[in-house]
Design a protein around this ligand. Structure first.
Ligand SMILES: *Cc1c(COP(=O)(O)O)cnc(C)c1O
Length: 396
């Protein structure tokens, strides 16, 4: 007879595209006693969570909460609620996640007009402007702020401004940007935003913070057709996440997961958004100095590179999977593989949330240096850690 025992995961250092290292305070928060999801104490925590999310997104939007499912469900929440059959949506695609937006639009029975840019480059404002001119019927513009498949940041403020000029709603993916690079939802005039708990917030996966402008909330309330998903229908969810004491049962909230998100946002608030953004930038600079000293090159042009997601070209003659499995077995270190057309060509090194620290940067550089040297890669060995340390020394 098979004997089943408790699962004990290995201790890893997570430097891929998410999940990132979860802060121990968050794991502790999640192990606190489960209470009822309509318990006044829990409802008080949810109200605080809303305020913390408003801070993280830099918004005053009343319709701000966490969807009880991962980032992909936040994406679906935005599309299924805002888009109706027959609508036209302009979707900007410069990586994997823009493609998923197209899928969402089409599954809503709407038409997706694609504005496509090469992977590794940001959304082109000129192409978007052309699409908006040609399609005055467009209801919304959807784009990914931080493309995790390539490590590119697009100019969200400029995209939103263009969309507004054409009376379009904006739907923005901030799964990888939230907590890592600036998001100013209200200042930029974004209508719908979704994110994830497991990237720069360093929480466990499975929750998707979202926020909707008053205009977007109105569009949802005035729909002609019912939202085809019962679970994600915000007109129903609001009865639960809405204001004050009138909360009605919709689904059982993931109680302990929400304790974790609350703690993650308390940590972000303690550090301060600006300080968190600066920390991601600093560790990116140190990692970059080390990788470049080694002779590795970045896929993305510096001006629109994401600090929290570093896409590095794999040296010629080196097998992607061999390196990643050695990093995992010998150093307990996870880095990410290339996605889609980038598979086998790049690594994606994440510096997200709690993973964006000196200890991780130095471990990653030292481990990559030795594994690549062992495999006979054409790199300069023994200089990466010193190059990174110089960046730290210069900024202290
Ligand atoms: C990770 C990610 C998602 C999906 O989030 P899940 O939590 O995996 O569902 C969506 N968009 C971007 C840009 C991401 O990086």
């Amino acid at each position: 007879m098979t004997i089943f025992t408790s699962f004990h995961p290995p201790q890893r250092t997570l430097m891929g595209p998410g999940p990132s290292d979860v802060h121990p305070r968050i794991l502790q928060a999640m192990s606190r006693p489960t209470i009822g999801h309509l318990d006044p104490a829990f409802i008080g925590m949810m109200d605080e969570l809303k305020g913390l999310l408003q801070y993280a997104f830099q918004t005053q939007n009343a319709l701000t909460f966490a969807v009880s499912a991962p980032g992909s469900a936040g994406m679906e929440t935005c599309f299924t609620n805002l888009i109706e059959p027959g609508d036209t949506v302009i979707v900007c695609q410069n990586g994997v996640f823009g493609g998923r937006m197209k899928e969402n639009v089409e599954r809503c029975g709407a038409m997706a007009i694609m504005v496509e840019d090469e992977w590794g480059t940001p959304v082109s404002l000129d192409k978007l402007a052309d699409a908006l001119e040609i399609h005055p019927e467009a209801k919304a513009v959807a784009f990914v702020h931080a493309e995790t498949s390539t490590g590119v940041q697009s100019d969200a403020a400029a995209i939103a401004k263009l969309a507004r000029k054409h009376q379009c709603l904006t739907i923005m993916d901030t799964v990888t940007s939230l907590g890592g690079t600036p998001i100013c939802m209200d200042e930029w005039g974004i209508d719908a935003i979704y994110s994830g708990s497991q990237k720069c917030l360093s929480c466990t996966p499975g929750l998707s913070p979202v926020s909707f402008s008053d205009k977007a909330a109105q569009v949802i309330q005035q729909r002609q057709s019912k939202v085809q998903s019962w679970f994600l229908d915000l007109n129903l969810v609001m009865g639960y996440w809405g204001e004050g004491a009138k909360r009605a049962y919709h689904h059982t909230a993931p109680i302990n997961a929400l304790y974790g998100l609350h703690e993650a946002l308390v940590i972000l608030h303690e550090e301060g958004l600006e300080q968190a953004w600066a920390r991601h930038e600093l560790h990116h600079k140190a990692l970059k100095a080390g990788l470049e000293a080694m002779g590795l090159t970045f896929l993305v042009y510096e001006a629109y590179r994401l600090p929290q997601l570093n896409t590095v070209t794999i040296p010629s003659g080196i097998d992607d999977a061999t390196v990643r499995s050695r990093l995992l077995s010998d150093y307990q270190l996870e880095i990410g593989a290339g996605l889609g057309v980038m598979a086998g060509k790049v690594w994606r090194i994440g510096l997200m949330g709690h993973s964006a620290c000196k200890k991780n940067v130095l471990l990653c550089l030292a481990a990559l240096d030795s594994v690549l040297s062992e495999l006979g890669a054409d790199i300069k060995s023994g200089v990466a850690v010193a190059a990174a340390n110089k960046v730290y020394a210069d900024t202290e």
